[in-house]
Design a protein around this ligand. Structure first.
Ligand SMILES: [Zn+2]
Length: 360
């Protein structure tokens, strides 16, 4: 239950389909989506030849919004769909105005397109300030989104990071008109990921110091694993051959999991619940978990996120990796499995196809 709404589990299991797919491999993923959602993908592709859409991704920080929209783009083709992250946009603009020409270009755009309470100089000060996004008014964020869209070809959009605060919720209702997408449909995509999942994703994440590839000691292991005698802890070694088994490291503070971002998660949750009450705009509900006792009738085994544990062979020093089901409690305390991103995106594709099929 989320704000009084039960998020349905999307059934990806298909009668008679017994093949298994390695969902980490792009070629296998293509076969997987074709096998499970061939007709739905056709509906979406056909729609995108004539029209676009504006989809708002609504979910807490670290729910994988970027990953889901990128997988959707991979399936239907990214020439017709784009992902617009407001966080990335603010960072890009920050970089852009470091140089004379970029600064002049943005100043010109704002003169014509920004309506609000700040002068262009004040806006540049805000963007160059440290915690920019927080201090930026909704009017400014809107102008920046407009700026970004003006530079892209006309395409369907997944907007990630807007609305971010309660005072942006009302803009959401009219954003497609403001952006010049009046004749295109818009809808909200709610992503429900339990806090326990977000917590472990943060707590166990590690990164290669050389190539920066991210992994997760608990959820996304590498081929080789080592054991540190001093700290009595296992560590992953980067798979990238040019990194020569570099030891992957955690980022300071990540061991605290969601604690440092708790206030942010609560603010995100408030926006989430507020948006659930909006009328007149279609909604798509996605859920990252499936209750353990329902799993076998809803999903295939290979669609479930595995968990990893390690064992040290005393005599040889070799570390053995053991794959075990990863069971988490969802926000209602129900023991659940977390689905791999493609299985969540399968639900997104099915629901978006149904929604677009009704639009002339
Ligand atoms: Zn590496």
């Amino acid at each position: 239950m989320k704000g009084g709404i039960e998020f349905p589990v999307y059934k990806t299991k298909r009668e008679g389909l017994t093949a298994t797919y390695d969902l980490s491999d792009p070629a296998q993923r293509k076969l997987y989506f074709e096998a499970k959602l061939g007709p739905e993908i056709k509906v979406i592709k056909k729609f995108l030849k004539k029209k676009a859409f504006v989809a708002f991704l609504i979910g807490k920080k670290n729910t994988g919004k970027g990953t889901y929209s990128k997988l959707f783009m991979e399936v239907v083709g990214n020439e017709h769909v784009g992902h617009l992250s407001v966080g990335d946009l603010v960072r890009d603009v920050h970089k852009m105005i470091a140089d004379e020409r970029g600064r002049a270009e943005l100043a010109n755009f704002l003169k014509d397109n920004y309506r609000g309470f700040n002068t262009v100089d004040e806006i540049f000060d805000l963007i160059e300030g440290r915690s920019q996004e927080k201090l930026m008014s909704s009017e400014l964020i809107l102008a920046l989104i407009k700026y970004e869209i003006a530079r892209r070809p006309r395409q369907a959009l997944f907007i990630d990071g807007f609305p971010r605060a309660l005072d942006q919720v009302n803009y959401t209702l009219f954003l497609k008109d403001i952006l010049g997408y009046k004749d295109h449909p818009d809808f909200l995509v709610f992503i429900d990921v339990p806090e326990s999942v977000i917590d472990e994703r943060i707590k166990y994440r590690v990164v290669c110091p050389i190539c920066k590839t991210p992994r997760n000691t608990r959820l996304l292991a590498t081929k080789d694993v080592g054991y540190d005698e001093k700290s009595r802890a296992f560590y992953l070694m980067c798979d990238n051959p040019t990194c020569h088994k570099a030891r992957m490291l955690p980022k300071e503070g990540d061991e605290l999991g969601i604690e440092p971002i708790r206030a942010r998660l609560e603010a995100d949750d408030q926006v989430f619940k507020q948006l659930l009450n909006l009328k007149g705009i279609p909604k798509v509900y996605l859920r990252n978990t499936v209750p353990v006792d329902k799993a076998s009738s809803y999903v295939d085994n290979y669609e479930i996120t595995p968990g990893y544990e390690y064992e040290l062979e005393k005599e040889t020093g070799f570390v053995k990796t053991i794959e075990k089901p990863w069971i988490v409690k969802d926000d209602n305390g129900v023991p659940s499995y977390s689905l791999l991103p493609p299985a969540v995106v399968a639900g997104l594709i099915a629901r978006v196809a149904r929604l677009l099929a009704d639009i002339k």
